[in-house]
Write a protein that binds this ligand. Structure first.
Ligand code: SF4
Ligand code: SF4
Ligand code: FES
Length: 318
């Protein structure tokens, strides 16, 4: 059996504020999961090692941890797939404070979820005598997102959460999607409006890390894109993100290329003086470093072809 070194993050702030890595040598049995390796270490070598687990079946979401730098579910992953040069390096999931070893404080994660009212809000006038039914087509819209097990892997590896602690985060946006697209919910517009503000659906940078790390079919980035689509269709346009989309479409649809002089003021709003003043230093820096786009914006040669794509898309949408 292959012998592997488990390099595990250890930290017990109540006793010692300094964190460290501790090595454990384990002989990997064929087919053993990462979680069972940790259970073996705890049972046979070190009962003080602390981590969360419950179901052992990728259902409860409690065993998420960072392995070799990326979040995953320990119970769903074969240990042998994680060995790099004889070592498996394990850390607590990211973007959360460590309580002890691999256990983190999940409260910011729950607090973020609570912000999107994660429960059904049906029409108050509607008083059915039996359960509210859905067609298979209606359920298909929320099928993937209902597989979320709230493990926090997406939250751990989200780049925006690294720099903006107020960002709602991928799991929360996926949860918002679950009710926005639920045919039984009557508050679609209110929900879309509330997550079109700052630190929410338009702040995601599409890095895709959340979907890559997600152990279920939730795939938060796809859900975020669908919320944006819902926002555009619902006419929730009074925000930088939606204006950016509209401006992008206007300029590419007209000339075949992006007008980079037009897009920034179009995104913040032409009459939004504080917003314009905010972006002005970036524009000035671009001018001073010779990076500013040409003042006169020209169309591409085959702009007619681009226009016909937009026109066919508009017909399709109608
Ligand atoms: S795609 Fe968006 S939400 Fe997902 S990890 Fe990247 S920035 Fe975060
Ligand atoms: S969206 Fe995926 S990664 Fe994020 S909490 Fe849900 S199951 Fe976990
Ligand atoms: S122990 Fe429940 S998801 Fe891993």
């Amino acid at each position: 059996m292959e012998r592997v070194t488990f390099k595990i993050f250890r930290c017990d702030p109540e006793k010692d504020p300094m964190s460290r890595y501790q090595d454990y040598e384990v002989a990997l049995e064929p087919g053993i999961t990462l979680l069972n390796c940790l259970n073996k270490i705890k049972a046979e070598m070190d009962p003080t090692l602390t981590y969360r687990m419950s179901c052992g079946s990728a259902i409860c979401g409690s065993c998420a941890m960072r392995v070799n730098g990326h979040a995953l579910l320990a119970c769903k992953t074969q240990a042998s797939d994680l060995v790099k040069n004889g070592v498996i390096k394990i850390d607590p999931i990211g973007n959360m404070a460590v309580l002890k070893d691999l256990v983190v404080d999940l409260e910011p994660f729950w607090a973020s979820l609570r912000k999107v009212d994660p429960w059904l809000k049906p029409d108050s006038q509607d008083n059915p005598e039996k359960e509210r039914e859905q067609t298979p087509e209606q359920f298909n819209l929320i099928d993937d997102v209902t597989t979320c097990i709230l493990c926090g892997s997406c939250w751990s590896d989200c780049n925006i959460l690294e720099v903006d602690k107020k960002f709602l985060g991928p799991a929360t946006l996926a949860k918002a999607h679950r009710f926005i697209y639920d045919s039984r919910d009557a508050k679609t517009r209110e929900r879309v409006e509330s997550i079109s503000e700052k630190h929410a659906v338009w702040d995601c940078t599409h890095c895709g890390e959340c979907s890559t790390r997600c152990p279920t079919e939730t795939k938060p980035l796809s859900r975020i894109e669908e919320i944006r689509e819902a926002a555009m269709i619902a006419g929730v346009h009074n925000n930088n993100g939606a204006r950016h989309v509209l401006g992008f479409r206007e300029t590419v649809g007209k000339s075949g290329r992006l007008n980079e002089n037009y897009l920034p003021p179009r995104s913040v709003g032409f009459f939004n003086i504080p917003g314009l003043l905010d972006i002005m230093p970036v524009g000035l820096r671009m001018v001073m470093r010779g990076k500013a786009p040409p003042i006169i914006h020209h169309s591409i040669d085959k702009v007619g072809e681009v226009k016909s794509i937009f026109s066919r898309f508009d017909q399709y949408r109608k």
